[in-house]
Design a protein around this ligand. Structure first.
Ligand code: CP
Ligand code: NVA
Length: 305
């Protein structure tokens, strides 16, 4: 029984395996075939924060695979009605996998400790592993390969950036981050990167133009993530020169793509002309959330048969 809490949980060969299952399932899906690899399997979904992509793509994906998805709302009292231990031990008697989006990363870690079924992190303040896998899959799909390419991250060193750093380190993608000093990875996370992905080629700069020059993909995310709404004004000032706009994209190479995990705050971290422009692949990227998560579910649950 395996969990996916951060990308440190997956070996490079396992990421490859998830990607090849994804490729197979996606090509079948595009031909109208929804292969029922997980009949009778049940997925529970617990979300402490809002979600469009993660919630719907997991639910739809599980249904395509012949399983069922249950979105558990407030009525189950997650984190309030009983101890995490009782909650996790009991819920995992009923279901095969639990997808959790939590305010605190520790909530997912603690829940997974008590669950006898697989737990998948659907975003915390520190990680968004399913997002990063879908992002890397999207680059691979469009650029033909991942290894040796450079990904430019422009903006906050947040949950998505952290998961991408782990993913890049596992796969051999160079990561260049243009991030203002106070928003860069902290020493604790840098130590984790050195331990988990010692070969990660990471460069950090305060110059977005330098960051995008050799990039196969330019990626940005909101300046204030969910839970940081009170910092929004300060962050708007701090990130003002880190906007991904037409002028910044003019420094990219032919064929460089633009990525954003969405939802976007148009006019802040990215302008309409970029997110709606010819380099943007954000809709394909979002669609790949479902395909890659089908790969993750098939990989996680097939191993349990
Ligand atoms: N990118 C992403 O996780 O979107 P949601 O918050 O809508 O799930
Ligand atoms: N960094 C963003 C990602 C949303 C998918 C957040 O945590 O709100």
């Amino acid at each position: 029984m395996r969990d996916l809490i951060t990308l440190a949980d997956l070996k490079p060969a396992e990421i490859d395996r998830v990607f090849s299952i994804t490729e197979d399932l996606k090509s079948k899906f595009l031909k109208g075939l929804r292969e029922p690899l997980l009949p009778g399997r049940v997925m529970a979904m617990l979300f402490e924060k809002q979600s469009l992509r993660t919630r719907v793509s997991f639910e739809a994906g599980m249904i395509h695979l012949g399983g069922s998805a249950m979105f558990l709302g407030d009525d189950v009292g997650f984190g309030r009605r009983e101890s995490m231990a009782d909650f996790g031990r009991v819920l995992s008697e009923f279901v095969d996998v639990i997808v959790v989006r939590a305010k605190q990363h520790e909530t997912v870690v603690t829940l997974a400790e008590y669950c006898s079924c697989s737990v998948v992190n659907g975003l915390t303040d520190r990680a968004h592993p399913c997002q990063a896998l879908a992002d890397l899959y999207t680059i691979r799909e469009l650029a033909g390969r991942l290894e040796g390419h450079t990904l430019a991250w422009i903006g906050d060193g947040n949950n998505v950036a952290r998961s991408l750093a782990l993913g890049c380190g596992k796969i051999g993608v160079r990561l260049v981050m243009a991030t203002p000093e106070p928003y860069r990875f902290n020493d604790r996370f840098l130590a984790l990167l050195r331990r988990e992905v010692p070969n990660l080629d990471l460069e950090v700069t305060d110059d977005p133009i330098e960051a995008v020059q050799d990039a196969v993909a330019v990626y940005t995310d909101v300046w204030a993530s969910m839970g940081q709404e009170s910092e929004r004004e300060a962050r708007r000032r701090d990130f003002a020169k880190y906007q991904v706009n037409r002028s910044l994209m003019s420094h990219t190479q032919q064929g460089t793509i633009f990525l954003h995990c969405l939802p976007a705050r148009r006019g802040e971290e990215v302008t309409d002309e970029v997110i709606d422009g010819p380099q943007s692949v954000v809709v394909q990227q979002a669609a790949n959330r479902m395909h890659v998560q089908k790969g993750i579910l098939a990989w996680l649950l097939a191993a349990q048969t």
